[in-house]
Design a protein. Sequence first.
Lengths: 267, 259
Amino acid sequence: MSDAQAIPAPGARRAGAAWRAPPLALKVVAGVALLALWEAIVRAFAPTYVARPSGIALVLFKVLADAQFRAAAGATLWAVAQGLGISLVAGTAVGFLMGRVAAVERGLRYYVFSLFATPMVAILPLVTLWFGYNADARLAVVVFASFFSIAINASDGARSVPPEYLEVARSFRARPLATLYDVVFPASLPYLFAGVRLAAGRALVGAVVAEFFISIPGLGYYILFNSRTFKHNEAFVAVIVLVAAGVGFEVLVRRLAQRYLPWARRA
Amino acid sequence: MADARIVVKAAGKRFGSHQVFRNVGLAVGSREVVAIIGPSGCGKTTLLRAIDGLLPLTEGEVTIEGTPVAGPREGVAMVFQHFGLFPWKTVYQNVAYGLKLAGASAAVIAEKVPRFIELVGLTGFEHHYPYQISGGMQQRCGLARALAIEPRVLLMDEPFGAVDAQTREILQFELLRIWDMKPTTMVFVTHSIDEAVLMGDRIVVLKGRPASVHEVIAVDLARPRTRATLAEPRFVELRERVWGTLMAEARKAEFDVTQ
């Protein structure tokens, strides 16, 4: 094997990427400085009920242990998970159809893009008319917020499958369904992952905004209620949980991509 | 030819108003390698795709084993210049792809895939992804994928056109070795004169606009062919002959361009 020269497995490449991320110390210093600035400004200029780092730290564990808070967090995150799940399945199906069937693409393209650009807040009053002031309305908003970014990415992915792969599939006599599963789906995965990342952020926003408007138990409503009753520190714990959920999901998707799509960045 | 496995009759292909080739006739025996050579754009690859059933002809027909080709068929495998490996599949999974589509059982796949990976010299790289191996190794994988379905017709579309010169030579002799072990019908499209002479029992020279078969050159070099074949006077003679045929055309083409 004189032409054999293997490139090391993807894990081995990590060392080279390290210099790009700031060292941990720098992150910690910046974080502490920002918190100190926040603390100082609030202490100097704001009323006592305004949230500040030390106040949040004091209530953090009490709030996290509170059954009502947990129920609220569970309700919001579960709605986001359900909505994302629905959008993922339906959005992928619609996106693949748009990507592979020209007639579907031509028919739906403008509507999908228009709805993608529609601010979800604008349709909230309508959603409450259709679904009532309940959790269904929240779920509908989450689906509306996340569906189109997944559908658009899935269709981009399905449309941009390199023709060479499709040619190979045809040459080996793959049936259309086998090609969808063996070629179109894996080739679209990097696009789908990008779509899901975008959709997750929008879904979180959708859930919180829906709760603001509909006033059903959830983190959004928890924030609203505690803000109005001058418990800003408690409200901020909910904000932290939302941020953690968003960042956590982002990290999860990125890990999954590294684990299962090691080829994607090089293909 | 009595035992011709592939017969191309009066084949022509037009893309819109552009006639790529016309009136191409060709018969390939069951244990014969036919090399197709010609200037860029003469339709070598298009003709090969038509033989594979990937493209319909606008005139004439292709028959394989006596029946007209209407689409890709069982027993015919193609090796692509672009390799066509799926980046999300490992070497093992890529080699298994054709077998899986042909409906091979898990037991057959488990037996055959390692055997063909070994045949092309990729043992130890089964679980590497294409991006982790060199271009030459990628094409070994593409070759194994085609061979694994044990095709009766092997179609090679400039298979070594995208690898470097040394690797190309190594792969040529590997392919000759593999072919000698199990001679089968092979159509080998190339733009390398050396490769055409080394691989082919006959060389079909396509020329003209639209292209047609300009000349068929019999290659009477003994098999098995090895590196020593390259040094034979007859090899050099044949190469010069093909070169002469092609270069007249190439000069003219260049002259056309500079006009």
